[in-house]
Design a protein around this ligand. Structure first.
Ligand code: GLA
Length: 386
C-alpha cells in the first residue's frame, strides 16, 4: 500500500475506530496555458499531477457527517440536516454533500478522513481536489451512479455556493478527467475535450511556490469575472450573436469597449489574446516545439501581470529571474493569481542549481521561503484499491 494511502487509512481507523469502506485519490492540477479563460468560454490546457488529496469514508446510520482533517488536526461534526457553509476546510466537503442533496441524490450520514500533499493556497487547486475526492467517494459509497461530467459540475457548484468563488470549470475537470502523461485541451464552451501527449524530452515541469496567498484573491477573482461580463454586454449591444469573450474579436473590443473603460478593455484584451495564444500553443505542442510553447507562457504571464492584473510582485520576480535563462523554456504565474505557484519548463540537469539560486535570491529579496516541486502528470480522481 502506498504511504499516502496507508496514512489516510490509519487516520481513519484512529478517528472512527473501524475500517474505511473505500479510499479515493484526487489530484491537484497544473495548467500549461489558457489562464482566466475558462469562465470566458475559451480553451484551457490543464493536467492532473502527482500531488493529491486522499479521502477515506464509511456510512453512518445516525444522519451525522463526521469529518477529520490530518493537515488541520481537527474534527468537524454536523447533522446532515444542518449543513451550511463554514469558513473552514470542511466547507468543500459539506458543499458537495449539499449539492448532492439539492439534486435529489439519496445520501446518508458518513465519516470521512482527509489527508494529502497538495499544498493549500498554492494555486494547485487543493479545494477542487477535495471536492472531486468527496463527490466520487460519496457516489461510490452510496451507489449514486453519477457520471464524471456531472460530478465535475457538482464539485464546481459546491465551490460557488459554499466558498463563494465563482470559479470556472477547469480545476474540477482536470482533477476528475486527468490522464497520465497527457494534457487536456478542454473547450470550456462546449466541454468537448481532447487528450494530448505531453512529452518534454529532457525537461520537467517545475512549480515554484511563492508561499504567499494575498487576501484579495477571491474577491478580485469575482471582480475580474464581472469585468469580463461587462465587456461582453457592451459588445453584445451591437452584436447580439456574442455570448462570451470567446465570440469577441479585437476589432469589437476597440470599437465597443475601449472608448468606455480602459480597465475593462485591458481585461478583455488579455482574454481574447489568451484564447488565441492557447490555440497557437496547441499547434506548437503538436509539432513538438516546446520552446515556442514556452515563449507563449512568458507572453501569458505578461498579460496576466499587466493587463489582467492578477499577478503579484513575488510571482513577477520569479518569472523575471528565469526570463533570459536558456535552460527555462517557459514560465508564468499559474491559477487564479495573487500568489501561489509559477509554472516553469526547465531543463532536467539545470533544476537543482536553478532552485538553489532562486531559493536564496527569493529569501534575500522577499524575505520569504520558496518551495519547489517537480510535477509529473498523473491520472485523475479514482478509487484506490486497497
Ligand atoms: C482558478 C479557478 C479556475 C480558473 C483559474 C484561472 O483556479 O478555479 O476556474 O479560472 O483560476 O485560470
Amino acid at each position: 500500500m502506498n504511504i499516502a494511502v496507508k496514512n489516510v487509512v490509519d487516520t481513519f481507523n484512529d478517528q472512527f475506530l473501524h475500517k474505511a469502506s473505500l479510499i479515493v485519490r484526487s489530484p491537484g492540477r497544473v495548467n500549461i496555458i489558457g489562464e482566466h479563460v475558462d469562465y470566458n468560454e475559451g480553451f484551457v490546457l490543464p493536467a492532473a499531477i502527482d500531488k493529491a488529496i486522499y479521502v477515506a469514508v464509511s456510512k453512518r446510520t445516525d444522519g451525522q457527517i463526521n469529518l477529520y482533517s490530518v493537515d488541520f488536526k481537527e474534527k468537524f461534526e454536523v447533522a446532515i440536516a444542518d449543513i451550511e457553509p463554514t469558513k473552514t476546510w470542511a466547507t468543500y466537503i459539506l458543499g458537495v454533500a449539499d449539492q448532492l442533496i439539492k439534486r435529489g441524490y439519496k445520501i446518508g450520514g458518513f465519516n470521512l478522513a482527509l489527508d494529502g500533499d497538495v499544498p493549500i493556497g498554492a494555486g494547485l487547486s487543493s479545494s477542487a481536489a477535495v471536492e472531486c475526492a468527496t463527490v466520487l467517494a460519496l457516489n461510490n459509497l452510496f451507489e449514486l451512479g453519477i457520471d464524471k461530467m456531472e460530478m465535475v459540475r457538482i464539485a464546481q457548484k459546491a465551490e460557488h455556493s459554499f466558498s463563494g468563488v465563482m470559479c470556472g470549470i477547469m480545476d474540477m475537470f482536470a482533477s476528475m478527467f486527468g490522464k497520465k502523461d497527457h494534457v487536456i485541451k478542454l473547450d470550456c464552451k462546449t466541454l468537448a475535450y481532447e487528450y494530448k501527449p505531453f512529452v518534454l524530452h529532457g525537461y520537467k515541469i517545475v512549480l515554484l511556490n511563492t508561499n504567499v496567498e494575498h487576501s484579495l484573491a477571491s474577491s478580485a477573482y469575482n471582480e475580474r469575472r464581472s469585468q469580463c461580463e461587462q465587456g461582453v454586454a457592451w459588445v453584445k449591444a451591437h452584436h447580439p450573436e456574442v455570448n462570451s469573450l470567446r465570440d469577441v474579436s479585437m476589432e469589437m473590443l476597440e470599437k465597443q469597449v475601449a472608448p468606455k473603460d480602459a480597465i475593462i478593455y485591458n481585461r478583455c484584451k488579455y482574454v481574447v489574446e489568451e484564447i488565441q495564444r492557447l490555440l497557437n500553443g496547441c499547434k506548437d505542442l503538436e509539432a513538438g516545439d516546446i520552446a515556442a510553447l514556452g515563449k507563449k507562457m512568458f507572453a501569458t504571464h505578461d498579460g496576466l501581470s499587466k493587463l489582467y492584473e492578477v499577478s503579484c510582485r513575488e510571482a513577477d520576480w520569479l518569472v523575471e529571474q528565469v526570463k533570459n535563462n536558456p535552460d527555462v523554456l517557459g514560465a508564468r504565474m499559474m491559477g487564479g493569481g495573487f500568489g501561489g505557484c509559477t509554472i516553469n519548463i526547465v531543463k532536467d540537469a539545470a533544476i537543482p542549481k536553478l532552485v538553489e539560486k532562486l531559493t536564496n535570491g527569493y529569501k534575500e529579496k522577499m524575505g520569504l521561503n520558496l518551495s519547489a516541486y517537480i510535477a509529473n502528470i498523473e491520472n485523475g480522481t479514482e478509487e484506490v484499491v486497497i
